[in-house]
Design a protein around this ligand. Structure first.
Ligand code: SAM
Length: 283
């Protein structure tokens, strides 16, 4: 439907369907017409691509994705939006809506069944209450996906895209960089949404690595080490890793020395290679 991200059109559609926003489902819908085309274009919605969208709202982004990509499969949890989408997306025959919680969808199977012969991208204006779990679920599964382009809260974007070794880095930063190359694309003010959230947002793009970093001896233990290292903010690596992994401090001190790191180093100062070496030394 044309003019779908026009605030007047959106208000009219929502009132005709008697729709009220659910705060619990992170429903802040985009009402700035310039944002969705940019997400679609920077998010690989183009010929030869199938796009998975998470959280359609009334379909403003879905509409822009469907105009550009070969096929769009969109997952939306709120069944109240189904009749709205039937109206707003009626002109597209390349869109399939799945009324389900995205965390319960078998995305590998979905890709196999829906996107034969196509490259795959994910695009979304994510519900903020579940941003990191969705991003990690998409990355950790090693899905055959080229890029994940998502709108998230500004603070989350800064943490997700922080360089390792910087103050903003956290466990999620290390995990995201293990699987992908993150980029901060552009900011979106809170006034671009209805209802406006309390913070500004950013669109970020993760380009998935064909190969994750070499040298990790036990991947599950590597991620446990990373989570433990950042479990107590502003503490040294030694103290947080020992507490988080339930190991004696002497054992962790030895591993820090064996990895050639200073005794009082903080977790946010480590590079990916140093994290890998440190977790290997603890095995
Ligand atoms: N794409 C729309 C837009 O930009 O206007 C809506 C974005 S809104 C921030 C997030 C959407 O995600 C809402 O429509 C909400 O109902 C949906 N949602 C929330 N939790 C979900 C989940 N677990 N699985 C699928 N969709 C979800």
């Amino acid at each position: 439907m044309d003019g779908l991200s026009n605030i007047g059109t959106i208000k009219d559609i929502l009132s005709r369907h008697g729709f009220t926003f659910s705060k619990n489902l992170g429903q802040n819908f985009l009402v700035n017409p310039s944002v969705c085309p940019r997400i679609a274009e920077m998010g690989n919605a183009r010929e030869g691509f199938g796009v998975i969208e998470i959280g359609t709202g009334i379909g403003v982004l879905t509409n822009e994705l469907a105009k550009r990509a070969d096929k769009v499969v969109a997952v939306e949890i709120d069944s109240r939006l189904m009749p709205v989408l039937a109206e707003t997306l009626s002109e597209h025959d390349n869109v399939k809506i799945i009324n389900e919680d995205v965390m319960k969808v078998d995305l590998r199977r979905l890709i196999e069944e829906e996107f034969q012969g196509l490259e795959v991208a994910v695009c979304a204006n994510l519900p903020y209450y579940i941003t990191s779990p969705i991003i990690m679920m998409l990355l950790e599964q090693r899905l055959p996906v080229r890029t994940v382009t998502v709108m998230v809260q500004k603070e989350a974007a800064q943490r997700l895209c922080a360089p390792l070794g910087s103050r903003e880095a956290g466990a999620v930063t290390v995990s995201v960089r293990y699987f992908s190359e993150p980029e901060l694309l552009f900011s979106v003010s809170r006034g671009s949404f209805m209802p406006p959230p309390n913070v500004d947002s950013c669109v970020v793009r993760f380009t998935l690595r064909e190969k994750t970093p070499a040298g990790v001896r036990d991947e599950a233990f590597f991620f446990r080490t990373v989570r433990a290292a950042f479990s107590q903010r502003r503490k040294t690596l030694c103290n947080s890793a020992a507490a988080g992994l339930g190991l004696p401090k002497s054992r962790v001190t030895e591993a820090i020395a064996a990895a050639g790191l200073p005794e009082n180093i903080r977790p946010e100062q480590l590079t990916m290679e140093q994290f890998i070496d440190f977790s290997n030394q603890l095995l």
